[in-house]
Design a binder for this molecule. Structure first.
Ligand SMILES: Cc1cc2nc3c(=O)[nH]c(=O)nc-3n(C[C@H](O)[C@H](O)[C@H](O)COP(=O)(O)O)c2cc1C
Length: 189
């Protein structure tokens, strides 16, 4: 069996974001895990405007090229690792918007989190996001990586100064993500 495709998704899109630095570490952890065909995907690169499709996305009748490109990307993934910041105790609007764009492409896929922020390490954002994901028939993982005070973890040469706790949490999360990804393959067939 070929390895399932994992998209590590940079969920923040603002100029000056720290998301790519965190994602660099998360993607490296996914590659090192060895269970996935791990790929890094930047939500910002799709340039999605506020949802502008005329029909409900469950129909898949997209009129805009940006939607077709986003649909093709999400469709290609078997699982996701969301690199998720916390904005006002929730996920960034860019992620909510990107989730709203599609329906079938998300269904029966598992999602792990590497969250970050201030004192909470983005955990409140993860909890809010879980409700959106289950409405799309996705399966969010309990095991997760939370990085508090992310600004203090950034390294001058890029990436973050992750510690052994982060590494162990990433392994536990990726093990569980692989287990669910394999289990869900039958539902998507
Ligand atoms: C609009 C906004 C709201 C924020 N709200 C929170 C928050 O509720 N909790 C928190 O821990 N950090 C909060 N922060 C701090 C972010 O977690 C921090 O700036 C982080 O770097 C954002 O990720 P990004 O740089 O990839 O966009 C907020 C930042 C912004 C820009």
């Amino acid at each position: 069996m070929t390895q399932p495709i994992l998209h590590t998704l940079i969920c923040s899109t603002r100029p000056g974001r720290v998301g790519p630095g965190v994602a660099e570490w998360a993607h490296a952890a996914a590659v090192a895990h060895g269970g996935f065909d791990a790929r890094l995907v930047d939500l910002a690169s799709f340039g999605l405007p506020v949802f502008d499709e005329p029909e409900h996305p469950r129909l898949g009748r997209y009129v805009h090229e940006h939607t077709k490109a986003w649909s093709a990307s999400v469709n290609a993934a078997d699982a996701f690792l969301f690199v998720l910041p916390e904005y006002n105790y929730g996920p960034p609007g860019a992620l909510i918007n990107a989730l709203n764009y599609l329906v079938r492409e998300w269904q029966y896929k598992a999602v792990g989190f590497v969250s970050y922020g201030g004192v909470s390490g983005g955990m409140r954002s993860v909890q809010v996001t879980k409700g959106l994901l289950t409405t799309l028939k996705m399966v969010p993982m309990l095991e997760a990586v939370a990085i508090p005070f992310v600004a203090q973890q950034l390294q001058a040469e890029g990436g973050i100064a992750a510690n052994a706790v982060h590494g162990a949490a990433a392994t536990a999360m990726l093990d569980e993500l692989l287990r669910w990804t394999k289990a869900l393959q039958g539902l998507r067939a």
